[in-house]
Design a protein around this ligand. Sequence first.
Ligand code: FAD
Length: 213
Amino acid sequence: MSKRTQIRRLPKKAVNDREIMNQILDTGFVAHVAIVDDKQPYALPVGFARDGDRLLLHGSAASRLFKKLADGKPCCATITIMDGLVMSRSVFESSMHYRCVMVLGEAVELHGDEKMAAFDLIVKAFMPGRELEVRKSTKKELKATTLVALSLDEASVKVSNLDPGDLPEDMDSPLWAGVIPIQHTFGTPRDAADLKPGIPVPGYIAEWTHGRT
Ligand SMILES: Cc1cc2nc3c(=O)[nH]c(=O)nc-3n(C[C@H](O)[C@H](O)[C@H](O)COP(=O)(O)OP(=O)(O)OC[C@H]3O[C@@H](n4cnc5c(N)ncnc54)[C@H](O)[C@@H]3O)c2cc1C
């Protein structure tokens, strides 16, 4: 944590627990990564994986975002999991349940064996089991992809999980109040239209639904 990552607005929602941060990062699939180009901020969604105390991000070598990240330009990555809608008795107090991590820093580009290992880790994080059987990237594909790591040293965690916080004067309202949870689950796998006959859905996919809550 740093001065820049100290939560000022609603600090009761700040969480200073590395384990909880890791859980959020291991649950999320998408990081919104912001960079500044010609004084204009751009926040772009990308897939990510956590590797210990850093995030791994990969993208096209031709992407502006990844060029900036590989150059070590300052960036901000935000990972958000929306957990519910808080239905309060007033518009003002209505809100959301969420778990959110924000990371500030400068990424470093990975090369060689480190890049290969990071690729495997990303596949494993997204599709555990797949990394053992999927075709590896060719030299050409590797060249076309930039892989960067962003340290989690400067990060903040904000979690919103409270009941509606209505004002005393609204408590006699006849309106229903409560929380509508949002769940993130995988659906039933669907064969690709061009899948050769007789190829079953891999068994490991059945286990995924339990993994990311
Ligand atoms: C799904 C979702 C929906 C939200 N909807 C709204 C909304 O509609 N309106 C609204 O005002 N706010 C909303 N928030 C909260 C919002 O993200 C900010 O926390 C809030 O607006 C305060 O902003 P600030 O610039 O005053 O933060 P400050 O507290 O001044 O930020 C200081 C530091 O705290 C950390 N920080 C701030 N917010 C977060 C965060 N969300 N997660 C992790 N670290 C954080 C950062 O490191 C930041 O640099 C939402 C958050 C989530 C996750």
